[in-house]
Design a protein around this ligand. Structure first.
Ligand code: THU
Length: 130
């Protein structure tokens, strides 16, 4: 299954009763496995988590740490832009040239990269002694 399809499938399970904005994310791991996540909101609003964060958590739980490609989908007017925090989270586990597909349910697609989403990101190799 392609990454956008995987993101679309998990989006249907998003728990978003407050925003009613359901998001699905799929990550292709370096192993070839696909890891998915959806947004999970909370009555204490700031406690919600984004789809990308959920997919990263699933990837780490599966024992994988490198992202080869990303897809995110929502029913948004333009291909859904990841929030700033998720851009940083993706940069932790991807290379700047790792491809990202941002998608809408209506069929729009924006092809970009992790580096284009967060130029000059603070990265693990900025702390060489840790
Ligand atoms: N959201 C995501 O899960 N990923 C994005 O890329 C953008 C926003 C979620 C967070 C919140 O549950 C809802 O969308 C509205 O902001």
């Amino acid at each position: 299954m392609d990454l956008v399809s995987a993101a679309t499938e998990v989006r249907a399970r998003a728990y978003a009763p407050y925003s009613r904005f359901q998001v699905g994310a799929a990550l292709l791991g370096a192993s070839g496995a696909v890891h998915v996540g959806c947004n999970v909101e909370n009555a204490a609003y700031p406690e919600g988590t984004c789809a990308e964060a959920g997919a990263i958590a699933a990837m780490i739980a599966a024992g994988e740490t490198r992202i080869a490609a990303v897809a995110v989908i929502a029913d948004s007017p333009r291909p859904v832009p990841p929030c700033g925090g998720c851009r940083q989270k993706l940069a932790e586990f991807a290379d700047p040239d790792t491809p990202v597909t941002l998608a809408t349910m209506a069929g729009a697609r924006l092809e970009t990269t992790v580096g284009a989403l967060l130029p000059g990101a603070f990265r693990p190799d900025d702390m060489p002694d840790t």
